[in-house]
Design a protein around this ligand. Sequence first.
Ligand code: ZN
Length: 344
Amino acid sequence: MKVSVKNNLFLAVCICFLGCSPSTNKKSESSEQKAYQGPIIDMHLHALEENELSPEPMAMCTPLSTIVQHFDPQNDFGDVFWGKAANPDCENPYWSPVTYEEYVERLSNQVEKYKITAITSGSLPATKKLMGHFPDQFIRGIQFRINRDNIPVDSLQSLVETEGLKVLGEISNQYGGIAPNDPKMFPYYALAEEMDVPVLLHMGSGLPGTPLFLNPEYQVAHSNPLLLEEVLKSYPKMRISIAHYGEPFIDELIAMMYHYPQIYVDLGGIQWCYPREYFYQSHLKKLVDAGFGKRIMFGSDMIIWPELIEESIAIINDADFLTYEQKADIFYNNAARFLRLPKD
Ligand SMILES: [Zn+2]
């Protein structure tokens, strides 16, 4: 997801387990219904500076795909979208905090309630400030885009060495029309591989209508995981997670995860972008059924609505085709393995 500013407003199965014996079914039912209780790693949490918050509360309705259900191109899409953010249609919208203190307090409530460790990405000042509030819980990443941010490779190297940068990402090149296999990215991939720093690469949807108002250069086609093939052949030792899992290119993702077993994905907020049944049946269940439950990581894509973390957690916990163990993998175990967190 992408954060932006306009007019001073901040934006931003029942599983039947075919083939199981009746006794196995009975055992599975109880574990499926149970909500995961352990610690959570959020691979996708954005850090903001105070001036990125809207002075007026902004609404968020989920699922995001239904916010603007139809659009007449004679109108201005930005006017339509921001109008919904000011006057939401849904019954219980989330409202953004208007001060940094409120933002931190509401975020802190989520972090404590759900025992969250988070990869936080944003500008260098934004991540530094937020890390100061959550020194033991957050892991420092960097929001990074070729051209816009102009951070040379050697600068990133020194940030890793001296500023506690642990993750290269979220890399948001897609918003600038730069493909995952753009040669300009190769020196950065080489650095990540050489320094063994994990890469989080945005591949997937932004806000609805993104190319119409926020980022004209955004290209949907760059979500396609097949675009990573050349990159993975060139940098086979690189740890990489596809942020937003290249949605909705699920079949392409499955083909890539099958052939390149080093690929991890994070859910990146897509769980609240679409109606639940579609997300479950067409995305999450397909990935798990295909055998990739050990490489799916939780990600809220929290930007300015802290309680979206809670909704994101509930959506995974409510997926009754997941066992408790599969939920534990998605919420914690897979990310701990990907990040090579020290074992307690
Ligand atoms: Zn993203």
